[in-house]
Design a protein around this ligand. Sequence first.
Ligand code: ZN
Length: 102
Amino acid sequence: MQIKCSHCNKMFAENKDAALAGMYAIHNDGQNHYDALCPHCQRAVRVSDERMKETYPNWEEEYKEMMARADKFEKKQAKLEKLASDKKVKPKKEKKKRKRKR
Ligand SMILES: [Zn+2]
């Protein structure tokens, strides 16, 4: 969903999965808004539950689908993370000792 940041007035697309999880939180915790994080200014942008329901009228079904996918996704994610961590061999920084002796 497209959200306009109320802080910096820039538009950004909110991740659907995150929004659905937000809807779930609204539904279960009795919250009346969802906080989307603006990628431009890194601040929370309030999205009313009405707006959320409007955007995802079938959120409950979509959420269930998402959770079904999540299991698959987690396995895939774990694999990807492992790959990433294997790649991420941090080069040891060799500290150059500056000899100030002249
Ligand atoms: Zn912003």
